[in-house]
Ligand binder design. Structure first.
Ligand code: ADP
Length: 354
């Protein structure tokens, strides 16, 4: 698909360039040939003037040059030394050169057009491939809970002696799967929102401490369930940001820090201002991330194997890609330092003014 689009685009580039080149050549030919003719004419006049009024046939000629008045009155016809054959040859030489020039331009335009169309289409191609990958990954994530639900229902329906208690179990399990699907669709919607509407956000002066407090409230139930202590040390910093997105950002990092820590763990969050930036650290002492996984954790749907095997934490690998989109919206940066089985520190740098 992209190959034929590239060829079509090349053809349009070449067509445009050739149109300009051909028009230019016609104009050049049209403007040049009278000039050549004039030059040859003048040369012939000069030759005849040097011949001191003697024509080739030996007859007396009119004076070669009259300073005043148009020479057409002096020479009604072309001078004898003017050779129309020579002029025709010069004309055809100009035409041949222009044709050769146009062939050269055609080849050059073809090569350049092919190269440029490749460059023009590459980001679109990458976007389409990314979209395809996204659809494939999302379908894969959807299939797992749907298959589980279907199997359970089919088995229950085949069981002729299914009692109310077992039916309730099936419904309960299905409800859990539906919960997962709901969470998944929420994540997808959030991701879509952050990736498409970067410019529609309202940036206001936001106090970091307020945002962290709000995020803390959201993750508190999970922290309590795992008996995790969250300690914060936030300087009095205000940054130009979208408050809702920033809250979401801290919820994601705090939620992960709790999720990927053992019970009775600790999570530190601190923030300070340095020059024109706010530096925020979120540190946990949980399962950590292997160095080989670190480059991929911000990719959509990526989940490190350790997080699946060591913890029984469910997730879709979308949290950090949402976080990355939010950081990008705020022109910020994120850095990860992690040691397996010792813990992880995420450092987020956000400019104070957007
Ligand atoms: P999810 O948590 O839903 O799997 P995320 O995008 O939030 O998705 O995280 C991607 C992966 O990065 C996780 O699956 C996990 O392997 C790893 N990860 C993220 N945060 C931490 C952390 N604090 N400690 C250890 N691993 C983490």
């Amino acid at each position: 698909m992209f190959r034929s689009a590239r060829l079509k685009l090349t053809a349009w580039y070449v067509l445009g360039i050739m149109l300009i080149s051909i028009v230019f050549s016609i104009v050049a030919y049209w403007a040049l040939t009278p000039e050549i003719r004039r030059g040859m004419y003048m040369q012939a006049l000069h030759a005849e003037a040097l011949g001191r009024g003697q024509g080739t046939d030996g007859n007396e000629q009119p004076p070669a040059f009259t300073p005043r008045g148009p020479f057409i009155k002096v020479f009604p016809g072309p001078p004898r030394a003017f050779d129309p054959q020579l002029f025709a040859e010069a004309q055809s030489r100009v035409a041949t050169r222009l044709i050769i020039l146009n062939i050269g331009i055609f080849i050059l335009a073809g090569a350049t057009g092919y190269f440029l169309s490749g460059r023009t289409l590459r980001p679109i191609e990458e976007m389409v491939n990314d979209q395809k990958r996204f659809v494939a990954d999302a379908s894969h994530e959807l299939r797992t809970p749907l298959t589980a639900m279907r199997t359970e229902i089919e088995v229950a329906l085949r069981d002729k002696g299914l009692d109310a208690a077992s039916a309730k179990d099936v419904l309960q399990s299905n409800l859990e799967e539906i919960g997962k699907l709901q969470l998944f669709s929420d994540h997808l919607l959030t991701l879509g929102r952050y990736q498409s509407a970067a410019n529609n956000r309202e940036f206001t002066e936001v106090k970091l401490i307020d945002v962290v407090e709000k995020a803390y409230q959201e993750v508190q139930p999970l922290a309590e369930a795992k008996n995790t202590e969250i300690q914060s040390d936030i300087d009095d910093i205000a940054i130009k940001a979208d408050k809702e997105s920033l809250t979401k950002l801290f919820v994601i990092f705090l939620d992960n820090a709790i999720k990927y820590s053992n019970e009775n763990g600790k999570v530190f969050i601190n923030a300070k201002a340095l020059k024109n930036e706010a530096i925020i650290n979120i540190q946990d002492f949980g399962i950590g991330i292997r160095a080989s996984d670190i480059p991929y954790i911000f990719n959509r749907f990526y989940r490190a194997d350790a997080s699946r095997s060591k913890t029984n934490v469910s997730g879709y690998g979308l949290g950090l890609s949402i976080a990355k989109s939010i950081i990008d919206i705020h022109n910020g940066k994120v850095n990860v330092e992690s040691t397996p089985d010792q813990g992880t520190t995420f450092t987020i740098t956000l400019p104070l003014k957007h």
